[in-house]
Design a protein around this ligand. Structure first.
Ligand SMILES: [Cu+2]
Length: 462
Protein backbone atom coordinates (compact mmCIF):
# COMPACT_ATOMS: atom_id res chain seq x y z
CA UNK A 1 0.00 0.00 0.00
CA UNK A 2 2.83 2.33 0.67
CA UNK A 3 4.54 2.28 -2.70
CA UNK A 4 1.92 4.39 -4.39
CA UNK A 5 2.90 4.70 -8.02
CA UNK A 6 1.21 5.18 -11.29
CA UNK A 7 -2.08 3.34 -11.37
CA UNK A 8 -4.39 2.77 -14.25
CA UNK A 9 -7.82 4.26 -14.18
CA UNK A 10 -9.31 0.98 -15.34
CA UNK A 11 -10.64 0.10 -11.96
CA UNK A 12 -12.19 3.53 -11.70
CA UNK A 13 -14.08 2.82 -14.89
CA UNK A 14 -15.17 -0.50 -13.47
CA UNK A 15 -16.32 1.24 -10.33
CA UNK A 16 -18.13 3.78 -12.51
CA UNK A 17 -20.00 0.97 -14.22
CA UNK A 18 -21.02 -0.50 -10.89
CA UNK A 19 -22.00 2.96 -9.69
CA UNK A 20 -24.18 3.40 -12.79
CA UNK A 21 -25.92 0.11 -12.06
CA UNK A 22 -26.55 1.21 -8.51
CA UNK A 23 -27.44 4.77 -9.48
CA UNK A 24 -30.80 6.23 -8.50
CA UNK A 25 -30.88 4.16 -5.34
CA UNK A 26 -31.24 6.44 -2.33
CA UNK A 27 -27.74 7.43 -1.26
CA UNK A 28 -28.39 7.35 2.45
CA UNK A 29 -24.99 7.89 4.02
CA UNK A 30 -26.49 8.48 7.45
CA UNK A 31 -26.91 5.47 9.69
CA UNK A 32 -30.43 5.50 11.15
CA UNK A 33 -32.87 3.20 12.87
CA UNK A 34 -36.30 2.67 11.43
CA UNK A 35 -38.57 -0.15 12.65
CA UNK A 36 -40.96 -1.88 10.27
CA UNK A 37 -44.19 0.04 9.76
CA UNK A 38 -47.33 -1.40 11.34
CA UNK A 39 -50.96 -0.31 10.91
CA UNK A 40 -50.56 1.73 14.09
CA UNK A 41 -47.43 3.46 12.83
CA UNK A 42 -43.79 3.04 13.81
CA UNK A 43 -42.76 1.89 17.26
CA UNK A 44 -39.29 2.64 18.56
CA UNK A 45 -37.95 1.13 21.77
CA UNK A 46 -35.25 3.24 23.38
CA UNK A 47 -33.62 3.03 26.77
CA UNK A 48 -31.64 5.54 28.81
CA UNK A 49 -28.37 4.04 30.03
CA UNK A 50 -24.91 4.83 31.27
CA UNK A 51 -21.58 4.07 29.64
CA UNK A 52 -18.22 5.50 28.68
CA UNK A 53 -17.05 7.26 25.54
CA UNK A 54 -13.47 7.58 24.33
CA UNK A 55 -11.68 10.69 23.11
CA UNK A 56 -8.52 10.87 20.99
CA UNK A 57 -6.47 12.43 23.80
CA UNK A 58 -6.82 9.15 25.70
CA UNK A 59 -9.81 10.17 27.81
CA UNK A 60 -12.71 7.92 28.82
CA UNK A 61 -15.76 9.77 30.09
CA UNK A 62 -18.82 8.67 31.99
CA UNK A 63 -21.97 9.42 30.00
CA UNK A 64 -25.68 8.99 29.92
CA UNK A 65 -27.27 8.25 26.58
CA UNK A 66 -30.18 6.73 24.72
CA UNK A 67 -29.76 3.20 23.40
CA UNK A 68 -31.60 1.33 20.68
CA UNK A 69 -33.63 -1.26 22.62
CA UNK A 70 -31.27 -3.40 24.66
CA UNK A 71 -28.22 -2.10 22.81
CA UNK A 72 -25.36 -0.12 24.24
CA UNK A 73 -25.79 3.43 25.45
CA UNK A 74 -24.65 5.60 22.58
CA UNK A 75 -23.45 9.18 22.10
CA UNK A 76 -25.40 10.66 20.44
CA UNK A 77 -28.55 8.56 20.76
CA UNK A 78 -29.88 6.60 17.77
CA UNK A 79 -30.72 8.68 14.70
CA UNK A 80 -34.44 8.06 14.21
CA UNK A 81 -35.80 7.95 10.67
CA UNK A 82 -39.39 8.12 9.56
CA UNK A 83 -41.55 9.39 6.74
CA UNK A 84 -43.68 12.47 6.68
CA UNK A 85 -47.23 11.54 7.65
CA UNK A 86 -46.27 8.52 9.71
CA UNK A 87 -47.41 8.18 13.31
CA UNK A 88 -44.53 7.43 15.60
CA UNK A 89 -44.48 6.03 19.11
CA UNK A 90 -41.28 6.01 21.12
CA UNK A 91 -41.22 3.80 24.21
CA UNK A 92 -38.52 4.94 26.63
CA UNK A 93 -37.29 2.66 29.41
CA UNK A 94 -35.17 4.33 32.06
CA UNK A 95 -32.19 2.35 33.34
CA UNK A 96 -30.55 5.33 35.04
CA UNK A 97 -31.04 6.23 38.68
CA UNK A 98 -32.52 9.66 37.93
CA UNK A 99 -35.79 10.48 36.12
CA UNK A 100 -35.43 11.03 32.36
CA UNK A 101 -37.67 11.97 29.47
CA UNK A 102 -37.66 12.97 25.81
CA UNK A 103 -38.81 16.11 24.01
CA UNK A 104 -39.07 16.53 20.24
CA UNK A 105 -38.62 20.19 19.16
CA UNK A 106 -40.42 20.87 15.89
CA UNK A 107 -42.84 17.93 16.17
CA UNK A 108 -46.46 18.90 16.69
CA UNK A 109 -49.03 17.56 19.16
CA UNK A 110 -46.72 15.17 21.00
CA UNK A 111 -48.61 13.15 23.60
CA UNK A 112 -46.98 11.34 26.50
CA UNK A 113 -48.37 8.23 28.18
CA UNK A 114 -47.14 6.67 31.39
CA UNK A 115 -44.57 8.00 33.81
CA UNK A 116 -45.17 11.09 35.89
CA UNK A 117 -45.63 14.70 34.82
CA UNK A 118 -42.42 16.74 34.76
CA UNK A 119 -41.79 20.37 33.88
CA UNK A 120 -41.73 19.82 30.09
CA UNK A 121 -43.24 16.36 29.57
CA UNK A 122 -43.84 13.04 31.29
CA UNK A 123 -40.77 11.47 32.88
CA UNK A 124 -39.79 7.83 33.32
CA UNK A 125 -38.98 6.88 36.89
CA UNK A 126 -35.46 5.69 37.79
CA UNK A 127 -34.49 2.02 37.55
CA UNK A 128 -37.00 0.66 35.06
CA UNK A 129 -39.70 3.31 34.68
CA UNK A 130 -41.33 3.66 31.28
CA UNK A 131 -42.98 6.41 29.29
CA UNK A 132 -44.26 6.52 25.70
CA UNK A 133 -44.38 9.49 23.35
CA UNK A 134 -46.59 9.61 20.26
CA UNK A 135 -46.84 12.13 17.44
CA UNK A 136 -47.42 12.32 13.70
CA UNK A 137 -44.53 13.66 11.64
CA UNK A 138 -46.25 16.47 9.78
CA UNK A 139 -43.17 18.02 8.12
CA UNK A 140 -40.11 16.60 6.38
CA UNK A 141 -36.72 17.74 7.53
CA UNK A 142 -33.88 17.57 10.04
CA UNK A 143 -34.76 17.57 13.73
CA UNK A 144 -33.40 16.41 17.04
CA UNK A 145 -34.60 15.13 20.38
CA UNK A 146 -33.23 15.45 23.87
CA UNK A 147 -34.06 14.94 27.49
CA UNK A 148 -36.69 17.31 28.83
CA UNK A 149 -35.67 16.56 32.41
CA UNK A 150 -33.02 18.75 34.02
CA UNK A 151 -31.84 19.40 30.45
CA UNK A 152 -28.87 21.62 31.29
CA UNK A 153 -27.28 18.59 32.95
CA UNK A 154 -28.81 15.71 30.99
CA UNK A 155 -27.97 17.11 27.55
CA UNK A 156 -24.40 17.64 28.76
CA UNK A 157 -24.40 14.03 29.94
CA UNK A 158 -25.34 12.90 26.40
CA UNK A 159 -29.11 12.47 26.29
CA UNK A 160 -29.84 13.74 22.78
CA UNK A 161 -30.02 12.50 19.20
CA UNK A 162 -31.07 13.34 15.64
CA UNK A 163 -34.31 12.78 13.71
CA UNK A 164 -34.69 12.64 9.94
CA UNK A 165 -38.16 12.91 8.43
CA UNK A 166 -38.33 11.94 4.74
CA UNK A 167 -40.69 13.95 2.51
CA UNK A 168 -43.87 12.32 1.24
CA UNK A 169 -43.76 13.83 -2.23
CA UNK A 170 -40.42 13.12 -3.88
CA UNK A 171 -39.98 11.34 -7.21
CA UNK A 172 -39.10 7.65 -6.87
CA UNK A 173 -35.84 8.16 -8.74
CA UNK A 174 -34.58 11.01 -6.56
CA UNK A 175 -33.82 11.84 -2.98
CA UNK A 176 -35.12 15.12 -1.63
CA UNK A 177 -34.84 16.51 1.89
CA UNK A 178 -38.07 18.51 1.59
CA UNK A 179 -40.99 18.51 -0.80
CA UNK A 180 -39.24 20.51 -3.50
CA UNK A 181 -36.57 19.74 -6.09
CA UNK A 182 -34.41 22.52 -4.60
CA UNK A 183 -33.65 20.05 -1.80
CA UNK A 184 -32.57 17.24 -4.17
CA UNK A 185 -29.30 15.60 -3.17
CA UNK A 186 -26.98 12.80 -4.19
CA UNK A 187 -25.41 12.12 -0.77
CA UNK A 188 -26.39 13.21 2.72
CA UNK A 189 -24.31 13.54 5.88
CA UNK A 190 -25.11 14.34 9.49
CA UNK A 191 -23.19 16.93 11.52
CA UNK A 192 -24.59 16.77 15.05
CA UNK A 193 -22.38 19.14 17.02
CA UNK A 194 -21.84 19.12 20.77
CA UNK A 195 -19.31 19.91 23.47
CA UNK A 196 -18.34 18.62 26.89
CA UNK A 197 -16.94 19.72 30.23
CA UNK A 198 -15.23 16.59 31.59
CA UNK A 199 -15.28 17.78 35.21
CA UNK A 200 -19.07 17.47 35.21
CA UNK A 201 -18.79 13.87 34.03
CA UNK A 202 -16.13 13.00 36.59
CA UNK A 203 -18.29 14.38 39.42
CA UNK A 204 -21.38 12.57 38.06
CA UNK A 205 -19.45 9.31 37.92
CA UNK A 206 -18.64 9.71 41.63
CA UNK A 207 -22.15 10.79 42.55
CA UNK A 208 -20.90 14.21 43.71
CA UNK A 209 -24.13 15.93 42.65
CA UNK A 210 -23.82 18.80 45.12
CA UNK A 211 -20.43 19.62 43.59
CA UNK A 212 -21.77 20.13 40.06
CA UNK A 213 -22.28 23.81 39.28
CA UNK A 214 -23.54 24.26 35.73
CA UNK A 215 -22.59 27.96 35.93
CA UNK A 216 -18.95 26.91 35.94
CA UNK A 217 -19.45 24.92 32.78
CA UNK A 218 -16.22 25.03 30.74
CA UNK A 219 -16.09 22.72 27.71
CA UNK A 220 -12.73 21.43 26.49
CA UNK A 221 -13.93 18.67 24.14
CA UNK A 222 -15.96 19.18 20.97
CA UNK A 223 -17.75 16.57 18.90
CA UNK A 224 -19.36 15.83 15.54
CA UNK A 225 -21.79 12.91 15.81
CA UNK A 226 -20.34 12.08 19.22
CA UNK A 227 -16.74 11.75 18.08
CA UNK A 228 -13.77 14.13 18.23
CA UNK A 229 -11.43 14.47 15.23
CA UNK A 230 -9.71 12.42 13.98
CA UNK A 231 -12.00 9.64 15.29
CA UNK A 232 -14.82 11.07 13.14
CA UNK A 233 -13.07 9.54 10.13
CA UNK A 234 -13.15 5.98 11.47
CA UNK A 235 -15.97 3.90 9.94
CA UNK A 236 -19.49 3.75 11.33
CA UNK A 237 -19.76 1.10 14.05
CA UNK A 238 -16.02 0.76 14.50
CA UNK A 239 -15.34 -1.69 17.35
CA UNK A 240 -12.77 0.81 18.64
CA UNK A 241 -15.60 3.11 19.78
CA UNK A 242 -18.46 0.89 20.95
CA UNK A 243 -20.51 3.77 22.39
CA UNK A 244 -19.87 6.18 19.49
CA UNK A 245 -21.22 4.42 16.37
CA UNK A 246 -21.53 7.40 14.03
CA UNK A 247 -18.77 8.65 11.76
CA UNK A 248 -18.57 11.97 9.95
CA UNK A 249 -16.66 11.41 6.74
CA UNK A 250 -18.33 13.44 3.97
CA UNK A 251 -17.48 12.51 0.40
CA UNK A 252 -18.90 13.67 -2.90
CA UNK A 253 -18.03 13.57 -6.61
CA UNK A 254 -17.56 16.83 -8.54
CA UNK A 255 -20.81 18.60 -9.40
CA UNK A 256 -22.91 16.31 -7.21
CA UNK A 257 -25.13 17.74 -4.53
CA UNK A 258 -24.25 16.96 -0.94
CA UNK A 259 -26.91 17.55 1.70
CA UNK A 260 -25.41 18.68 5.01
CA UNK A 261 -27.75 18.10 7.94
CA UNK A 262 -26.37 20.31 10.71
CA UNK A 263 -27.66 20.25 14.27
CA UNK A 264 -26.62 22.41 17.22
CA UNK A 265 -26.86 19.64 19.79
CA UNK A 266 -25.14 21.18 22.81
CA UNK A 267 -25.20 24.42 24.76
CA UNK A 268 -22.87 26.55 22.61
CA UNK A 269 -23.22 27.96 19.13
CA UNK A 270 -20.90 26.21 16.67
CA UNK A 271 -20.04 28.08 13.47
CA UNK A 272 -19.39 25.22 11.05
CA UNK A 273 -16.99 26.22 8.30
CA UNK A 274 -16.68 24.18 5.13
CA UNK A 275 -13.62 24.78 3.00
CA UNK A 276 -13.86 24.22 -0.74
CA UNK A 277 -16.97 26.21 -1.55
CA UNK A 278 -19.92 28.07 -0.15
CA UNK A 279 -22.97 25.99 0.71
CA UNK A 280 -26.54 26.99 0.06
CA UNK A 281 -28.55 26.99 3.28
CA UNK A 282 -31.98 25.82 2.11
CA UNK A 283 -33.73 25.08 5.41
CA UNK A 284 -33.72 26.00 9.08
CA UNK A 285 -35.34 24.15 11.94
CA UNK A 286 -37.03 21.67 9.63
CA UNK A 287 -38.59 24.25 7.33
CA UNK A 288 -37.55 25.09 3.77
CA UNK A 289 -36.43 28.74 3.43
CA UNK A 290 -39.32 29.56 1.18
CA UNK A 291 -41.76 32.42 0.71
CA UNK A 292 -44.31 30.06 -0.82
CA UNK A 293 -44.24 26.24 -1.22
CA UNK A 294 -44.29 26.38 -5.01
CA UNK A 295 -41.24 28.66 -5.08
CA UNK A 296 -38.96 26.15 -3.38
CA UNK A 297 -35.99 27.41 -1.41
CA UNK A 298 -36.20 30.90 -2.88
CA UNK A 299 -35.02 32.46 0.40
CA UNK A 300 -31.92 30.24 0.59
CA UNK A 301 -28.64 31.92 1.54
CA UNK A 302 -25.17 31.07 0.30
CA UNK A 303 -22.44 31.20 2.93
CA UNK A 304 -19.09 29.69 3.87
CA UNK A 305 -19.92 29.16 7.55
CA UNK A 306 -23.17 27.83 8.99
CA UNK A 307 -23.96 29.06 12.48
CA UNK A 308 -25.83 26.31 14.32
CA UNK A 309 -27.17 27.76 17.56
CA UNK A 310 -28.13 25.37 20.37
CA UNK A 311 -31.26 23.50 19.37
CA UNK A 312 -31.12 24.70 15.77
CA UNK A 313 -31.03 22.53 12.66
CA UNK A 314 -29.80 23.65 9.24
CA UNK A 315 -29.92 21.93 5.86
CA UNK A 316 -27.37 23.01 3.28
CA UNK A 317 -26.52 21.91 -0.26
CA UNK A 318 -22.81 21.76 -1.04
CA UNK A 319 -21.43 21.34 -4.55
CA UNK A 320 -17.84 21.43 -5.79
CA UNK A 321 -16.68 21.83 -9.39
CA UNK A 322 -13.32 23.53 -8.93
CA UNK A 323 -14.91 26.77 -10.11
CA UNK A 324 -12.75 29.82 -9.63
CA UNK A 325 -9.53 27.96 -8.88
CA UNK A 326 -7.81 29.33 -11.96
CA UNK A 327 -6.32 25.97 -12.95
CA UNK A 328 -7.58 22.74 -14.42
CA UNK A 329 -8.47 20.37 -11.57
CA UNK A 330 -7.80 17.34 -13.76
CA UNK A 331 -4.49 18.66 -15.06
CA UNK A 332 -5.57 18.44 -18.71
CA UNK A 333 -2.24 19.75 -19.75
CA UNK A 334 -1.72 17.77 -22.87
CA UNK A 335 -3.43 20.53 -24.81
CA UNK A 336 -1.21 23.26 -23.50
CA UNK A 337 2.25 21.94 -24.07
CA UNK A 338 2.98 20.44 -20.70
CA UNK A 339 3.87 16.97 -19.57
CA UNK A 340 0.95 14.66 -18.83
CA UNK A 341 0.36 14.11 -15.14
CA UNK A 342 -0.02 10.85 -13.26
CA UNK A 343 -1.35 8.09 -15.47
CA UNK A 344 -2.80 10.41 -18.08
CA UNK A 345 -3.50 9.63 -20.81
CA UNK A 346 -5.33 6.51 -19.77
CA UNK A 347 -8.16 4.35 -21.05
CA UNK A 348 -10.81 6.79 -19.90
CA UNK A 349 -9.41 9.72 -21.82
CA UNK A 350 -11.19 11.37 -24.73
CA UNK A 351 -10.39 14.15 -27.13
CA UNK A 352 -12.90 16.65 -25.87
CA UNK A 353 -11.92 19.59 -28.05
CA UNK A 354 -11.11 17.40 -31.06
CA UNK A 355 -7.63 18.75 -31.52
CA UNK A 356 -6.20 15.28 -31.97
CA UNK A 357 -4.81 14.75 -28.46
CA UNK A 358 -6.60 13.22 -25.53
CA UNK A 359 -7.61 15.53 -22.74
CA UNK A 360 -9.24 13.34 -20.11
CA UNK A 361 -12.63 14.99 -20.13
CA UNK A 362 -15.50 12.57 -19.79
CA UNK A 363 -19.21 13.35 -19.59
CA UNK A 364 -19.32 12.99 -15.82
CA UNK A 365 -16.16 14.93 -15.00
CA UNK A 366 -18.16 17.56 -13.15
CA UNK A 367 -15.51 20.12 -13.94
CA UNK A 368 -16.19 23.83 -14.20
CA UNK A 369 -15.08 24.39 -17.78
CA UNK A 370 -13.92 27.98 -17.35
CA UNK A 371 -10.50 26.80 -16.21
CA UNK A 372 -10.33 23.78 -18.46
CA UNK A 373 -6.82 23.32 -19.79
CA UNK A 374 -5.30 26.07 -17.66
CA UNK A 375 -1.95 24.98 -16.23
CA UNK A 376 -1.17 24.62 -12.57
CA UNK A 377 -0.10 28.14 -11.57
CA UNK A 378 3.17 27.23 -9.90
CA UNK A 379 5.98 24.82 -10.59
CA UNK A 380 5.50 21.84 -8.31
CA UNK A 381 8.50 21.18 -6.09
CA UNK A 382 10.37 17.92 -6.39
CA UNK A 383 9.27 15.18 -3.98
CA UNK A 384 12.59 15.54 -2.17
CA UNK A 385 11.55 19.06 -1.15
CA UNK A 386 8.13 18.03 0.20
CA UNK A 387 6.73 16.78 3.48
CA UNK A 388 3.84 14.36 2.99
CA UNK A 389 0.59 13.62 4.71
CA UNK A 390 -1.26 10.34 4.84
CA UNK A 391 -3.89 11.63 2.42
CA UNK A 392 -1.64 13.09 -0.31
CA UNK A 393 -2.01 11.05 -3.50
CA UNK A 394 1.24 12.27 -5.00
CA UNK A 395 -0.55 14.57 -7.44
CA UNK A 396 -2.48 17.83 -7.01
CA UNK A 397 -4.92 16.77 -9.72
CA UNK A 398 -8.26 15.08 -9.19
CA UNK A 399 -8.18 11.37 -9.92
CA UNK A 400 -4.42 11.31 -10.52
CA UNK A 401 -1.99 9.29 -8.47
CA UNK A 402 1.67 10.28 -8.46
CA UNK A 403 4.83 8.73 -7.15
CA UNK A 404 5.39 8.90 -3.41
CA UNK A 405 8.36 7.82 -1.34
CA UNK A 406 8.05 4.45 0.41
CA UNK A 407 5.96 4.73 3.57
CA UNK A 408 4.06 7.84 2.49
CA UNK A 409 0.40 8.31 1.58
CA UNK A 410 -2.11 5.50 1.41
CA UNK A 411 -5.29 7.07 2.76
CA UNK A 412 -6.34 8.60 -0.53
CA UNK A 413 -6.80 5.64 -2.81
CA UNK A 414 -8.48 7.38 -5.73
CA UNK A 415 -6.71 10.71 -5.98
CA UNK A 416 -9.43 12.70 -4.22
CA UNK A 417 -9.09 16.28 -3.03
CA UNK A 418 -9.63 16.93 0.63
CA UNK A 419 -10.86 19.97 2.48
CA UNK A 420 -10.91 20.59 6.21
CA UNK A 421 -14.40 21.18 7.56
CA UNK A 422 -14.36 22.51 11.08
CA UNK A 423 -15.69 24.82 13.73
CA UNK A 424 -14.78 28.40 12.89
CA UNK A 425 -14.55 28.99 16.60
CA UNK A 426 -10.95 27.83 16.36
CA UNK A 427 -10.57 26.85 19.99
CA UNK A 428 -13.07 24.05 19.27
CA UNK A 429 -10.54 22.35 16.95
CA UNK A 430 -8.69 20.68 19.81
CA UNK A 431 -8.97 17.68 22.08
CA UNK A 432 -8.39 19.03 25.56
CA UNK A 433 -5.93 21.65 24.25
CA UNK A 434 -4.29 19.29 21.74
CA UNK A 435 -4.51 20.53 18.14
CA UNK A 436 -5.81 19.35 15.72
CA UNK A 437 -8.93 17.61 16.85
CA UNK A 438 -12.36 18.37 18.18
CA UNK A 439 -15.11 19.69 15.97
CA UNK A 440 -13.40 18.93 12.67
CA UNK A 441 -13.35 16.45 9.80
CA UNK A 442 -11.98 16.15 6.27
CA UNK A 443 -14.34 16.30 3.30
CA UNK A 444 -13.21 14.38 0.21
CA UNK A 445 -14.07 15.28 -3.36
CA UNK A 446 -13.57 11.94 -5.06
CA UNK A 447 -13.03 11.63 -8.82
CA UNK A 448 -15.94 10.37 -10.93
CA UNK A 449 -16.37 6.63 -10.55
CA UNK A 450 -14.52 6.39 -7.24
CA UNK A 451 -16.65 4.53 -4.69
CA UNK A 452 -18.14 6.59 -1.90
CA UNK A 453 -18.59 5.26 1.61
CA UNK A 454 -17.33 1.98 2.96
CA UNK A 455 -14.14 0.92 4.64
CA UNK A 456 -11.85 2.06 1.81
CA UNK A 457 -12.18 5.60 3.06
CA UNK A 458 -9.84 5.02 5.98
CA UNK A 459 -7.85 1.78 5.74
CA UNK A 460 -7.27 0.40 9.20
CA UNK A 461 -4.32 -1.52 10.47
CA UNK A 462 -2.20 -1.02 7.38
CU1 LIG B 1 -10.14 26.49 8.05
Amino acid sequence: MNTVSIRTRTYLLLAALIACILANAAQAMIMTIRPAATPGGLEFNLSAKQGYILTPDGGAYYMWGYANGDGLMQYPGPTLEFNQGETVTIHLTNQLDVPVSMVFPGQLNVTAGGGTAGVLTNEAAPAGGMVSYTFTATHAGTYHYHSGTNPELQIEMGLFGAIIVRPDNQPAEETWAYNHVDSQYDYEYLFLMSEMDPTIHEKAECGMWDQIDMNEYWPVLWFINGRCAPDVMLPDNTPLLPHQPYSCRPQVHPNERMLMRLIGGGRDLHPFHHHGNNALQIARDGRLLSSSPALGANLAVSDFTQAAAPGMTLDCIFTWTGKGLGWDVYGHEQDIDNEPTGDFPGPGDVDHNENGSVDNVDPVAGEDMEDHGKPFPVQLPDNKALAFGATYSGSPFLGAMGDLPPGEGGMNMFGGMMFMWHSHNEKEMVNYDIFPGGLMTMMFVEPPGAPIGGAHTMPMGQ
